[in-house]
Design a protein around this ligand. Structure first.
Ligand code: GDP
Ligand code: MG
Length: 741
């Protein structure tokens, strides 16, 4: 048996899904979080499937994720539809409910957020509502868990009964006449669904599959009905639904504070204020990145880097002070000074030594695996702080406001605020970010969003940002937030540039988003979101990052010498140095034309954390830290402020990792467009890094050279792209492959 969760966006479907199945799907307090259907099994009854569907406002789909929901309901025919209704917003939610009741599938309605309804002191006459709608109704709170056991019981029982609900919305006479003559023609369609299909024919819904041979007959009846109605059928149908719902709501719902200003309204007056909105947004983002990377973040990271992955802990007060004094003048043995807990590299080193492991193997483990993976894991605390802060901002409802605020800004540059939702998701990981572009109907805007979403710094880029900010800039306050702001600027500029080209011409699609009320973040949801994102990061460290570290160790430690292929003493003679030097030439104009930086950049395409992991192996994280020296300072000394920043820029804004490129390929569903996206990103990262490095070098008095000319040309090209006149003509039609998808 399958129970399908259907309802408006933000009604709490995923929260309920998680409660029912024990899974950990992402819950965010804004519409458009779930764009794919997710399947799970009831915790209490393993033979019952539960399906979390993307939220929809109606069964007339406009965007891809709405199609997913409708097709699932029509084609897979779940035994029960569990319709989640936001109890604080019943009138709007019932619009969908009236349509679900026409599908000929048993519907159980759950009035969710009943906790909030009660808090507001509102009254809902559930009995009267139940009678009027003709489907059972259960009050629940998905978040608090109230009413859920009873809900499951009812849903399972209903699925067994196979009683079809009778649709209750009466349409005006001419419409009903049309419906009944169409129903007569639809013999192939099961009795219970005829009304639904008849309405879709009248609405001229092209995406619905119908018996082809009767198409003309359908059209004839539709035309007749239209003539009889004397108006646009689609809007008449909607009007009749609203009339029904309004009458129902008047009878069944009594709001205590009708029309009054809620707390959310009052907060919104400030944070979405025309003048204050952008400064507040900038301040919030600044704080998030400043706290996670620079302040608390560094403090926690120092602790893990030195304590866990470095030399070890020295317990102060137990000989720690004497040790610290001795360390100022010489190189004391920490163990002579009392309680000292060695760090992982030291411990593993001793274990290997005790086990009599051969030198090369212990080098592979220490200099390869521990160094590479340890370097990446050292940034986990910062990541936890970032993800915690993001989850808090998301679940309280402020993220939804950011999309709204940025819509005002984006609109001026031909971008829709809708594009920002994928970018919000992308600050966690680019893969779901790119997928979230499905909420955008217009194919041009969707492609534009797919191409630019990964400019936002995702979680995996955080270690890179933190590494450069710490090692090259000594933790300067502006480095980490700048990564985010340049990301947004990249999106806006790309919007301006690409909107002038033929495939992207056209009006900005309208952006209507309902702002959810502010909510006190649910502790479980926030921790879950933080954990979900962080654990996937840790899993990556144990798989891709580990394998890459081994490969990097091998390639950098072996090479061809006079005596053939063998272990080399100096990494500069290794195979990797040879390969890297070849690529490094390409990066020389950007200021980091060294083989190690080139290799790190390339491995970053596999996963962005690899940039850090590779540097960890190449700068001998484990070895250096054992000698008590901070490895990152050895790395930092390798860069100037300018070349370090250019390295950061290129790595952040060049094509993302393979996983995200794969997501881009799936969403584009077309090799040409995939190539165009990756090519554009490559060009963009290169151009930014080139301009910053070359102009920076010139203005800091490094002289004028060939590079400076390249920098000037690069800037001129960028300015031209931004100010040139748009191409003539109209937008290209959708690709055939896309229409099919
Ligand atoms: P979906 O879009 O329908 O999947 O909705 P989500 O499950 O993502 O939830 C949207 C927001 O509503 C989240 O912030 C939830 O924490 C919140 N929420 C869900 N159920 C309840 C509830 O019963 N009571 C309250 N107060 N909030 C809820
Ligand atoms: Mg959801």
């Amino acid at each position: 048996m399958t129970i399908a969760l259907a309802g408006n966006p933000n009604a709490g479907k995923t929260t309920l899904f998680n409660a029912l199945t024990g899974s950990n799907q992402f819950v965010g307090n804004w519409p458009g979080v779930t764009v794919e259907k997710k399947e799970g099994k009831l915790k209490t009854q393993k033979d019952v499937n539960v399906m979390d569907l993307p939220g929809v406002y109606s069964l007339s789909p406009y965007s891809l994720e709405e199609v997913i929901t409708r097709n699932f309901l029509l084609e897979e025919k779940p035994e029960v539809i569990l319709n989640l209704i936001d109890g604080t917003n019943i009138e709007r939610n019932l619009f969908l409910t009236t349509q679900l009741l026409e599908l000929g599938i048993p519907v159980l309605a759950a009035v969710n957020m009943i906790d909030e309804v009660e808090k507001a002191g509102d009254f809902i006459d559930l009995k009267a509502l139940e009678t009027a709608l003709g489907c059972p109704l259960v009050p629940i709170s998905a978040l608090k868990g109230t009413g859920i056991p009873g809900l499951i019981e009812k849903a399972v029982a209903l699925g067994g009964e196979k009683t079809r609900p009778a649709p209750k919305v009466p349409f005006s006479k001419p419409l009903e006449a049309g419906i009944s003559s169409l129903s007569d023609l639809l013999q192939e369609i099961p009795e219970g669904q005829k009304r639904f299909y008849a309405l879709k024919i009248l609405e001229k819904d092209e995406k619905i599959s119908l018996p082809l041979q009767k198409k003309e007959k359908f059209e004839e009846i539709r035309k007749q009905t239209e003539a009889a109605c004397g108006d646009d059928i689609e809007s008449l149908i909607a009007e009749d639904r609203y009339r029904f719902i309004t009458a129902l709501a008047e009878k069944c719902i009594r709001k205590k504070n009708r029309g009054g200003e809620t707390l959310s309204d009052r907060i919104d007056r400030v944070v979405t204020n025309r003048v204050l909105a952008l400064p507040i947004f900038a301040a919030v983002i600044f704080l998030i990145y400043f706290i996670s990377v620079t302040s608390i973040g560094t403090w926690v990271t120092d602790w893990t880097n030195d304590g866990l992955f470095g030399e070890g802990f020295h317990l102060f007060g137990l000989g720690g002070r004497a040790f610290a004094e001795a360390a100022e003048t010489g190189d004391p043995n920490p163990e002579d000074f009392g309680v000292w807990i060695p760090g992982l590299p030291v411990l593993i080193g001793r274990l290997l030594e005790a086990g009599g492991v051969s030198e090369w193997l212990s080098s592979l483990i220490l200099d390869g695996i521990v160094a590479g993976v340890g370097a990446v894991l050292g940034f986990v605390p910062q990541m936890l702080v970032l993800f915690l802060l993001l989850a808090l901002v998301e679940s309280c409802g402020y993220m939804a406001r950011i999309a709204f605020i940025l819509d005002r800004l984006f609109r001026r540059f031909g971008l829709s605020g809708k594009s920002f939702i994928p970018m919000l998701v992308g600050t966690g990981c680019g893969v779901p970010g790119v997928m979230a572009s499905r909420t955008i109907e217009n194919p041009g805007d969707r492609r534009l969003t797919v191409m630019t979403t990964t400019f936002m710094p995702c979680g995996a880029k955080l270690p890179v940002i933190a590494m450069i900010s710490g090692a090259v800039f000594g933790g300067a306050w502006w480095v980490a937030p700048s990564a985010y702001f340049i990301g947004i600027a990249s999106v806006i500029m790309s919007g301006i540039i690409l909107k002038k080209t033929r495939p992207f011409l056209g009006e900005v699609s309208p952006f209507v988003m309902e702002l959810p009320p502010y909510r006190v973040p649910g502790g479980v949801n926030v921790l879950r979101a933080m954990w979900e994102r962080s654990s996937s990061f840790i899993k990556k460290a144990g798989s891709i990052i580990l394998l890459s570290a081994v490969l990097i160790w091998f390639l950098s430690n072996f090479g061809f010498t006079g005596e053939g292929f063998q272990r080399v003493d100096d990494m500069n003679d290794g195979l990797l140095a040879g390969i890297g030097s070849g690529i490094a030439i390409l990066f020389a104009p950007l200021g980091f034309g060294t083989w190690d930086a080139a290799v790190a950049t390339i491995t970053g395409l596999i996963a962005k954390e690899n940039v850090v992991g590779t540097m960890g192996v190449l700068y001998g994280f484990a070895e250096v830290s054992e000698e008590g020296e901070e490895m990152w300072s050895a790395f930092g000394a390798h860069f100037t402020a300018l070349s370090g920043y250019a390295f950061l820029l290129f790595n952040l804004y060049c094509p993302p990792c393979f996983a995200a490129i794969g997501a881009i390929r799936r969403e584009m569903n077309n090799p040409k467009w995939t190539l165009a996206a990756v090519g554009y990103q490559l060009g963009w990262g290169y151009l930014l890094a080139l301009i910053v490095y070359q102009f920076g070098s010139f203005f800091t008095g490094q002289g004028f050279g060939l590079g400076t000319v390249a920098g000037i040309l690069g800037l001129a090209f960028l300015v031209w792209l931004l100010v040139r006149r748009p191409s003539e003509g109209s937008a290209l039609p959708a690709e055939p492959s896309e229409a099919a998808a």
